[in-house]
Structure formats: structure tokens, C-alpha cells
Design a protein around this ligand. Structure first.
Ligand code: FES
Ligand code: FE2
Length: 345
């Protein structure tokens, strides 16, 4: 599989970049990230130009990164500035440096042509560090094609089945689903009225029916932002007489690691009871249980797919979003490859 290159891929959460270098494979490329003395983030090829040891097993020294094997010292541009036993670094002793953009607690990596990297175009998950929202974030490695996770997040018909013990409502069987799309985005609105409380809602004390609207916005390659609005059944969002009226933003970014494994970066931001740190703590644990249910199913699904990648599958109405997302990625890939061909000619 070829991956899109001229795109921003989520590569880390800000809080993961601390005192040690962080190594991660992104779209089959070994990447090491670290934070410089001034706090800015750096991404280099995670393959020492000496004997190809991963630089992520080395250490940060001020603005530089030292290989943990024989001590080559790299600056933030990927240039070797010191080698043992000789006065000068050999010409060409360097590794690739990648553009990075850090925004709202998420770190975005540009794999493609550096001159085309525009940090303003990296996704802005603004809710994550907005004081009007309470947030938690996480990272999970899932052994599946990242597009299976895109499918999963754009098809919420799995909630009353896969998540029946957590966030699913048994009555969520016939939601209204509408999609609209632009050249580089896709938005689905899923309306599910009169839902019986999910186990998670019951734990929060909700013992009445609710209406739920999920607004899912996809942007390539693997970003899905879901706005989830839940009100007491029959009440409008913003109606003060509603016994329940909450908005949660689910921020998801899926990054391919290899063809059949991916990184799942997520944030969960709520607009209610934002000072309740115990609730934030609970949510950050609970989301891992729910997403663990997805991980378990997706990894099992990938194993079956791998046995016969071309076995047929049936598409139904709920698959519309996932299919459109795949088409968008395929079109962008074709455009990128055409651009590369033209540049070569
Ligand atoms: S492998 Fe890095 S210094 Fe030798
Ligand atoms: Fe799920």
C-alpha cells in the first residue's frame, strides 16, 4: 500500500515528548521525535547514519540528539556534528529532518515534500486546550489498517452491539443518517432519538431516555472529529428544562504505522462539569475500555481480512461515510502520484 505523503499525520501527543526521545514508525518510516531546550519539537529519521541503530534509543543533549550506540551527535536539522575518534564528521553524515507542527496538545508530522508543509493546514483540535472544555487524551496502537478505524468511527451503527456494555443503547437501531461532502471533507449527521440509557449513562445517574446527535467530520488522511450532543428525550439542545444537555467532542486521528498496524490518537472533551477532575479521571479510564472494545474487534477483523484480502464484503447504508473517505484518499493518492510523475518528467 502506498500512503499519502503530502499530509499532516498525527505522530504524538504533546505530553509524550518529555526528557527522552520518542521513536515511532509512521507510514513505514522510522521517526524519532524530541523536544529542544526552547520547547520546540523536532522529528528526525530514526535510523543512525552510522550503523542504522534507532536514535530513539539515544539521549537528548540540549538541542541535539546523541545516538546510544557509538555516540554520533546530531543537531536538530539531522546533521552529524560529532563522531568518536575523528575531528570532523564525514561528509553526508546526516539523517532526514521532518517538518512538525504542534497544536493544541497534538503533534503533527509532514512526511512529504518539506517545501509544501504549511503548519496552518495541520488539524486544529482546539477544544483540547480550551479552558471551556475538560479534556483527556490518549494513544493506542492497533494492529489494523488505519482505514478500518476510519470506517469504525464513521459508522456508529456498531454502538448498540460492540459497545452494549459501555456506551451503547439497546434501542439505537434505526438512526437517521445524512451526509454532505466538500472537496476535502465529509460530514455525517446521525440522529438517534429516544435512546434507553447506556450502561455508562446509568453509572452517571441518567435513568431516563435521551436523544443523541452525532456530527462526524472526516478530513484526510485519518482525522475524524465527532460532536456528540445528548439531551433528555424530546428536549432541544439548549433548553433549560432538559434534565440532561451535554456536548462531547471526540477527537480522533489515525496514522498508519504499517499497512496493517496503526496509531490511534484521541481526545475526549466535554463541556459540562468541567471542574470535576474525578470525572475527567474516570472518563480517561472509561474511554480506554470502550476503545479497547474497538481495538479487540478491529484486530480480529484484520486477521480475517489478511487470510483472504479479496474476499467479498457487502456494503449497507451505514458504510457510506467509510466508503466516501476511502474514495477521497484514493483520489488524493492518484493526484499525488500524478504530481510526482509530472515533476519527474
Ligand atoms: S549506530 Fe549510531 S553511532 Fe553507531
Ligand atoms: Fe467504537
Amino acid at each position: 500500500m502506498t500512503f499519502l505523503r503530502n499530509q499532516w499525520y498525527c505522530a504524538a501527543l504533546s505530553h509524550e515528548l518529555k526528557e527522552a526521545p520518542l521513536g515511532r514508525i509512521i507510514a513505514n518510516e522510522p521517526i524519532v521525535m524530541y523536544r529542544r531546550g526552547d520547547g520546540t519539537v523536532v522529528a528526525l529519521e530514526d535510523r543512525c547514519c552510522h550503523r542504522r541503530a534507532p536514535l530513539s534509543k539515544g539521549r537528548i543533549e540540549g538541542d541535539n540528539l546523541r545516538c546510544g550506540y557509538h555516540g554520533f551527535l546530531y543537531d536538530a536539522r539531522g546533521q552529524v556534528i560529532w563522531v568518536p575518534g575523528q575531528d570532523k564528521a564525514p561528509p553526508g553524515a546526516r539523517v532526514r529532518a521532518y517538518p512538525l507542527a504542534e497544536k493544541h496538545g497534538f503533534v503533527w508530522l509532514w512526511l512529504g515534500e518539506p517545501a509544501l508543509a504549511d503548519p496552518a493546514k495541520a488539524p486544529a483540535f482546539t477544544w483540547n486546550d480550551d479552558p471551556r472544555w475538560a479534556s483527556c487524551t490518549g494513544h493506542m496502537r492497533i494492529e489494523c489498517d488505519y482505514m478500518l478505524l476510519v470506517d469504525n468511527l464513521l459508522d456508529m451503527s456498531h454502538l448498540p452491539f460492540l459497545h452494549i456494555n459501555t456506551i451503547g443503547s439497546a434501542r439505537d437501531l434505526n438512526a437517521r443518517l445524512e451526509w454532505e461532502r466538500g472537496p476535502d471533507w465529509l460530514r455525517g449527521v446521525r440522529q438517534a432519538p429516544a435512546l434507553s440509557p447506556s450502561p455508562r449513562q446509568r453509572a452517571e445517574g441518567v435513568d431516563f431516555d435521551t436523544d443523541r446527535v452525532q456530527i462526524m467530520t472526516y478530513t484526510p488522511p485519518g482525522n475524524v472529529v465527532i460532536e456528540v450532543i445528548v439531551t433528555e428525550a424530546g428536549k432541544k439542545h439548549g433548553d433549560p428544562s432538559s434534565r440532561y444537555d451535554t456536548t462531547v467532542m471526540v477527537l480522533d486521528s489515525m496514522t498508519p504505522e504499517t499497512e496493517s498496524t496503526c496509531h490511534y490518537f484521541f481526545g475526549l472533551c466535554r463541556d459540562y462539569d468541567i471542574g470535576n477532575t474525578a470525572l475527567t479521571e474516570f472518563s480517561s479510564k472509561a474511554v480506554l475500555v470502550t476503545f479497547g472494545e474497538d481495538k479487540d474487534m478491529l484486530e480480529a477483523e484484520q486477521k480475517i481480512i489478511d487470510l483472504a484480502p479479496h474476499a467479498p464484503q457487502i456494503d449497507v447504508v451505514g458504510d457510506h461515510g467509510g466508503l466516501q473517505a476511502r474514495r477521497m484518499v484514493e483520489r488524493l493518492l492518484a493526484e499525488e502520484q500524478q504530481g510526482t510523475r509530472q515533476a519527474a518528467e
